[in-house]
Design a protein around this ligand. Structure first.
Ligand code: ZN
Length: 515
């Protein structure tokens, strides 16, 4: 039976914050609105003689470019290095030469036993590829955990100023959305509480409710980040995607490349989440939902504008691709004004969202203009790799360090069964990307533990082993031919903790039968 007692609007006085949410009347809130009246700037030509958008941050773009280039270079060096290793095979000192080449070029250690029998038995290049790539993944993740500073931290308190004490974003697990927080939306890592990805953005409603419970408990127990009486809300965002240039083929694989289906699926989940909180905890009004679409050709977002009740529809949105084109040659003040007008116009005859939400949407659109500008500047407005081009499949809790477009296909899971479909989609993508040209599918299994909790580290290690066995069982034929290679690692929850490799033999007690 559906509990309708707690529906929004039925108790307008109690849970619905009738006053303005936290932050709107604060000095920061007023400061945030000032840009509307700042002196006009004139659009200026960029380095390539192109006119960049007046609201785009070229400094941020340059930092992101440099960071991403150095990161990709380390992955791109793997195949040429291994080709060279294959060429050394008949050398007398092969084992020593191969290990030192790998260490020197890629910064990882390759186990000597892989090379020791190369003079008599064929060298297992697929296994070597898996081992080396696994090492590079862990090494790079270790090196880049401070990259959050790329965006600058002046946005950290921004959500609070808009009236949100926590933001939980669930994008599709598609690798092209991997940069959604840092590059596409330009948000600092620490501003987003959770960013678990699911195939087709079809996030787990129960898991989202659990995260909401944890967040609210912290507010009641510790008053962190703001006490319950502050009147702030919890924001849940779902991100779907499509391809403007090839909508039939390069859209969301989980929804058959159908943009409307992808958007409708994500919206359904968002409504279910809010209803679950409403029905279970009598406070649905403290939850806001937001639906965002990404055109993965150019990283341009489409933000669906809620009404005053917080409800969303598929046809009420602002498309930032159009907005970018319409505001490119304006001065900064007019461009900013045009953005607020576009949000207003998108609402049409519907009621308007609260002010915090309007400011949030405007800021996301403005932030995203920098990314669109960057794609214009570097790739003339369309990525050369519009389709899938991931390097590995990331499974488990995922490395929070990697937020790079098309680097990894990410499947959030605790057991393989619960995410079997998501994993199947990833394996299909990698059959085309890797297996077709003889390369194995690299899967990086990564779980976080909490060192304050007794036994947590051991459980995370066992979970790695269990997931690895379940993957081997599920893709038995591929695995036996050496086309699936797994790397396992664990890491303490605290940001920036060392990444610890887990070997196949570690704590492998074999109980549970791999499920
Ligand atoms: Zn997708």
């Amino acid at each position: 039976m559906v509990n309708t007692r707690n529906r929004r609007g039925r108790h307008p006085a109690a849970p619905t914050p009738t006053r303005a949410p936290w932050g709107l009347g604060t000095p920061q809130g007023r400061r945030r609105r000032e840009p509307l009246t700042e002196p006009a700037e004139v659009a200026r030509p960029s380095g390539h003689g192109r006119w960049s958008h007046p609201l785009s941050s070229r400094e941020q773009n340059a930092r992101l470019d440099q960071f991403e280039r150095s990161l990709r270079a380390r992955f791109e060096a793997v195949i040429p290095t291994l080709r060279e290793v294959a060429g050394l095979r008949w050398s007398e000192h092969f084992a020593a030469e191969a290990s030192s080449l790998i260490e020197q070029r890629l910064g990882v250690e390759a186990p000597r036993e892989l090379f020791d029998q190369a003079w008599i038995a064929p060298l297992d290049m697929r296994q070597l590829f898996g081992v080396v790539l696994g090492g590079v993944i862990r090494q790079v993740a270790q090196d880049v955990h401070r990259a959050g500073e790329l965006i600058g931290s002046d946005l950290t308190s921004f959500f609070l100023e808009c009236g949100y004490h926590a933001v939980d974003i669930s994008p599709c697990s598609d690798g092209r959305l991997k940069g959604v927080i840092r590059a596409i939306l330009r948000l600092p890592d620490e501003a987003v509480r959770s960013r678990k990805a699911y195939a087709g953005a079809m996030f787990d409603v129960e898991a989202s409710v659990r995260r909401w419970v944890e967040t609210e408990l912290m507010r009641f127990r510790e008053g962190c980040p703001v006490p319950p009486e502050a009147g702030t809300r919890y924001l849940k965002v779902a991100v779907y995607h499509w391809s403007r240039s090839d909508p039939e083929h390069e859209g969301c694989a989980a929804h058959g490349s159908d943009r409307e289906r992808a958007a409708a699926g994500a919206l359904r989940r968002l409504r279910e989440f809010r209803e679950a909180v409403e029905n279970s905890f009598y406070c649905g009004a403290s939850v806001d939902i937001l639906l965002i679409g990404v055109d993965t050709d150019a990283d341009a977002i489409r933000v669906h504008v809620p009404d005053a009740e917080g409800d969303l529809t598929l046809d009420r949105f602002v498309d930032n691709h159009d907005l970018y084109e319409a505001t490119r040659f304006l001065d900064a003040t007019r461009a900013r004004l045009a953005i607020y007008e576009a949000i207003e116009a998108a609402s049409g005859t519907a009621s308007r969202p609260h002010e915090g939400m309007r400011r949030l949407i405007a800021t996301l659109l403005i932030n995203n203009l920098s990314q669109i500008d960057r794609v214009y500047e570097t790739w003339q407005g369309r990525y050369p790799d519009v389709g899938h081009n991931e390097t590995f499949i990331s499974v488990g809790d995922g490395f929070e360090e990697f937020q790079l477009r098309n680097l990894a296909y990410f499947v959030y899971l605790q057991t393989v069964e619960e995410a079997g479909h998501d994993l199947d989609v990833g394996i299909e993508i990698f059959r085309r990307l890797n297996v077709r040209r003889g390369l194995p599918i690299p899967i990086a299994i990564h779980f976080r533990y909490d060192r304050r909790v007794p036994g947590s580290r051991e459980r995370a290690t066992e979970r790695c082993q269990r997931v690895r066995r379940a993957i081997e069982d599920r893709y038995r034929a591929l695995f036996e031919d050496g086309y699936v290679v797994c790397d396992m690692s664990i890491q303490d929850r605290e940001t920036g903790s060392p990444i610890e490799a887990v070997s196949v033999h570690e704590l492998s007690r074999g109980h549970g039968g791999g499920s």
